[in-house]
Design a protein around this ligand. Structure first.
Ligand code: GLC
Length: 450
């Protein structure tokens, strides 16, 4: 017993001593609220320390890069390529929850505590306004100007999602748009469903064929992915959440129709009985295991489903726009961008990594090994990228990217999202009719959006 206590106090002492040391470091670099020359000061600080020992070139700066689980090999390859070509920087990967809402909350907790434990992180397209306003991420314009990065080379929609108050807070890394993936061994050319009703009858008749257990997979857990699925159903029936002036316009017959169709699909016999626990991971896993002829997912699904090491259906994958409602086909706009933690102690090196990942070389790795759609339009002409992702040239894919429907933009987006998630979930659970769910959304959205 006594020995245990002694050991414990010794450990405590070590912890306190370590904390005191790192506290000293924090003191020199922790404060400041994004002043323009913060980045340079930090770098001077770093090199200053090692220069004292006379061998600054041997100093390796350790960077931590965080993003959600990557089921493809892209992140690993990006990091490896960067580390190989930047001997003075060593990036390590920090895996965050794959559910974007949980990931968001983990960052907010860390950043509210002004933690410097991660240097670079990927932000979902719906977060930058909030992160910029809260002062969590470093403003990047000074680096862009200094290094001559042409922002006009980027997809302007993706770029504008990374900007807030006229400043750039992140660099667009890839664009997402919801799509329909199907098994070509079960669905012939010309048989791909055009409308949601076609999809329902095809999913129902193919269920059980070719080793499948289900007919369709989607994301219907109460989380951000459900908002994306809902936006697609709503828009394909001509509904909207906000109008062009940003006012709440959700309570319309069109939105009710969209939600009704979503509920019909999500409560059908051809989706898994526990579809209300499905995020991207559960749905893509079932798809690559060969359990369903159809899935709604993002472009990375192509690469993953054709990965022979992980997928039972490699070589048998087709892609099409999502089915149409009365108003046509609609894809939700998603995507991610890379940002620098404002409290990072290695901002200059962090920028080097962000610049690499989001520049042509990094985006090419992400496109080839992760199936991610580039935010640099010129890369859609790159032969190797097109060979890895033949569907990038399909008219339907380009139209889906161009016409993709945004989620509301708001610095308090998590509240907006929660209203949609909760009410759509209640409609799926049968606790609210689609009419009631839409009326509740209207009232609650008006309250959170003031
Ligand atoms: C994808 C999209 C992202 C979206 C998320 C929802 O990661 O890129 O924008 O919020 O899916 O699950």
């Amino acid at each position: 017993m006594k020995a245990k206590y002694w050991l414990l106090s010794l450990m405590l002492l070590v912890v306190v001593a370590l904390a005191a040391c790192s506290g000293g470091d924090d003191g020199t670099s922790g404060e400041g609220d994004g002043g323009t020359d913060e980045g340079t000061e930090e770098t001077d600080g770093d090199t200053g320390e090692s220069a004292g020992e006379g061998e600054s070139s041997d100093e390796v700066v350790e960077l931590v890069y965080a993003r959600g689980q990557d089921s493809t090999k892209a992140s690993e390859m990006l990091i490896q390529e960067f580390n190989d070509t930047h001997p003075n920087i060593n990036v390590t990967f920090r895996e965050m929850p794959s559910d974007t809402g949980q990931q968001h909350d983990a960052y907010v907790t860390m950043l509210n505590a002004e933690s410097s434990e991660i240097d670079v992180m990927d932000l979902d397209v719906v977060w930058p306004a909030e992160f910029a306003q809260a002062g969590y991420v470093l403003e990047l314009d000074r680096f862009l100007q200094r290094d001559g990065i042409e922002t006009s080379d980027y997809n302007q929609g993706a770029l504008s999602a990374a900007q807030f108050n006229g400043k750039t807070w992140a660099m667009p890394k890839f664009i997402d748009a919801g799509m329909l993936f199907y098994r070509t061994d079960l669905v012939g050319e010309g048989e791909v469903p055009q409308t949601w009703d076609d999809l329902m009858s095809s999913a129902s008749s193919l269920q059980g064929e070719g080793g499948t257990e289900f007919g369709y997979l989607m994301q219907a857990k109460q989380y951000e992915g459900l908002v994306c699925n809902a936006v697609e159903f709503i828009a394909s029936y001509g509904g909207t959440i906000l109008d062009e002036n940003g006012d709440v316009a959700v309570n319309s017959p069109e939105t009710i129709k969209g939600i009704s169709k979503l509920v019909e699909v999500a409560t059908s016999d051809f989706v898994p009985g526990n579809i209300n626990t499905f995020t991207e991971v559960e749905s893509h896993t079932a798809f690559i295991e060969g359990q369903s002829p159809y899935i709604r997912n993002w472009p990375y699904q192509w690469n993953l489903a054709n990965d022979e090491e992980q997928s039972e259906i490699a070589g048998n994958v087709g892609v099409a726009p999502l089915p149409e409602g009365d108003a046509g086909s609609a894809a939700a706009l998603g995507g991610w961008m890379s940002a620098i933690n404002k409290y990072s102690e290695h901002k200059e090196e962090a920028w080097e990594f962000v610049k690499f990942m989001t520049g042509p070389e990094g985006q090419k790795i992400s496109a080839i090994h992760g199936g991610l759609a580039p935010t640099l339009p010129a890369l859609f002409e790159d032969e190797e990228i097109l060979e890895a992702n033949p569907f990038f040239t399909q008219e339907g894919f380009q139209n889906a990217l161009e016409g993709a429907v945004s989620r509301p933009v708001a610095p308090n987006y998590p509240e907006v999202s929660e209203v949609i998630q909760i009410n759509v979930s209640k409609a799926i659970a049968g606790e609210l009719t689609p009419e009631e769910a839409v009326a509740a959304m209207e009232e609650e959205l008006k309250a959170v959006m003031q």
